[in-house]
Write a protein that binds this ligand. Structure first.
Ligand SMILES: O=C([O-])CC(=O)C(=O)O
Length: 226
């Protein structure tokens, strides 16, 4: 499941997107971003918000770890900068926690705005107390090894979702999406158009019903065989 080919690498520096792009993308719901561009990738539905009720948007500080191993996840804490989202590729392994309240407390104090783990976390009450929202596949009390290998700020692959360090992670109640840093302005413009179109459909549906607003009968007519 884990295809990272760069173990034992630790890149302290990453290029982060412009703050105004982060803030503007943080105003747009994940559904509109997902509709805006094929460049926007959607995290698997199994990665859910387990702690907190705050949406966030920020550049990814990426961590890859050998599934179940805490060495590189914990090592990443001191590299976090204000506004970052920590994304940990744990290979989707759910039988050992990769971070808990100690880690969450440190990264929250450094100004991280969110944690996303393709794997398991623990200490949900302690993470809530640290005041940082956390998404993961599940929670489990136990942990496994502290041995590596792993990497920090290399390209990662969370169950098919590829993330480069500094890409934008946007999370809300619905789920998590990733926007390539270099496409952030283009995605923002497209997502604003989607949001505008949606507002138009909602208004039109009040007048014409949803089928009328979206032209659904014409689609049925075109797609129905015979
Ligand atoms: O105990 C550990 O090594 C890691 C952990 O759960 C935490 O970050 O709270």
């Amino acid at each position: 499941m884990n295809r990272n080919q760069q173990p034992w690498i630790l890149n302290a520096e990453i290029t982060r997107p412009d703050r105004h792009l982060v803030d503007a993308l943080g105003e747009i719901e994940t559904g509109n971003l997902a509709d805006a561009s094929p460049l926007v990738q959607v995290f698997p539905s199994a990665i859910r918000r387990l702690v907190g009720d705050r949406d966030f948007c920020g550049p990814a500080l990426t961590v890859w770890t050998n599934p179940g191993d805490l060495l590189y996840p914990l090592r990443s804490a001191d590299l976090v900068e204000a506004g970052d989202v920590v994304v940990i590729d744990g290979g989707g392994w759910t039988e050992a926690a990769l971070i808990g309240e100690i880690y969450a407390g440190v990264v929250a104090a450094r100004g991280a705005v969110g944690i996303v783990v393709d794997g398991a976390i623990r200490d949900l009450a302690g993470i809530a107390e640290a005041g940082i929202p956390a998404y993961a596949r599940c929670a489990i009390p136990g942990k496994q090894t502290l041995a590596g290998p792993g990497s920090i700020n290399t390209a990662i692959d969370c169950s098919g979702v590829r993330i480069e360090p500094g890409d934008l992670i946007r999370a809300d109640e619905t789920g998590v999406v990733v926007i390539p840093r270099k496409a952030a302005a283009e995605v923002l413009a497209a997502a604003r158009k989607v949001a505008e179109a949606e507002a138009g459909w909602i208004a039109a549906a009040r007048e014409q019903g949803l089928s009328g607003a979206l032209g659904l009968d014409a689609v049925i007519e075109a797609n129905r065989p015979g």
